[in-house]
Design a protein around this ligand. Sequence first.
Ligand code: SAM
Length: 266
Amino acid sequence: MSAPQPLPRPVYSKTSVFVPAITYAPPPGDAPWYPPVIAGADTLSKIHEEGDFIAASLALMERLTPDAYTTYLMHYCREGRARFGASWMYADIVTVLLCLSRTLKPRTYLEIGVRRGRSACAVATEAPYSGMFLFDLWQTGYAGIENPGPDFVRNELVKVNHRGPVSFFDGDSHVTLPRFFAANPSACFDLITVDGDHSERGAAQDLCDVLPRLAIGGAIVFDDIAHPAHPELNNVWRELILGDERFSAWSFRDAGYGVGFAIRKY
Ligand SMILES: C[S@@+](CC[C@H](N)C(=O)[O-])C[C@H]1O[C@@H](n2cnc3c(N)ncnc32)[C@H](O)[C@@H]1O
């Protein structure tokens, strides 16, 4: 039996793109003593806890075309609130993206794994002029739910008044991402979500492709780190993000399928 292959690793280079809302530049003439990121995952998780992003997520889902999953999730969140009030600690990809978009005000957003546009619409709600770069292969009947593709997602984005440019990259992300970055060698993003290929190596490869293209002060969001059907994803998150000093990270694994985000410090 052959030994398991180590996960691929991102290759970083220096980037001069900073997210203004979360980085500090000293007045001209002052030395930059500290690294530029002025607020990391601790601050952002507090904003997530104190802002009512569960209510914001419920309000968003009411605006979008319902499906079996969002119907379940709305009942689940209302029940959590009814039982535990403001003490209920819950996070998912949507609550986290709402919080990060409100705080970081991303100019650019890259997403792998768009499906029906719910997570992209969370970003659009808080950052209506953001430029969106959306990658998906539109797997038929993903999770037993219709997965209609770009036209459907465009309509959902219209419903939440997104006014920025939107580009779709249809196909396997392991082909479309390298092609995109080869054609756009200086492309860099303020906010990135990885929620496409859920295999261990596939998710790690997606992270490797996009992490070097995250701006300083930018956030990476990685979904499903507590998903019972995908236990390897937490390993990918631990190895590529929690084990890397360049990130300030927060993980939520208490309820639901779990989600993590991290801010790039350098
Ligand atoms: C979990 S869903 C995304 C959910 C979405 N982010 C949300 O929060 O509503 C995963 C999506 O990834 C897509 N996908 C799976 N493997 C992929 C791959 N190798 N390349 C591109 N997209 C992929 C599927 O078609 C599906 O639409």
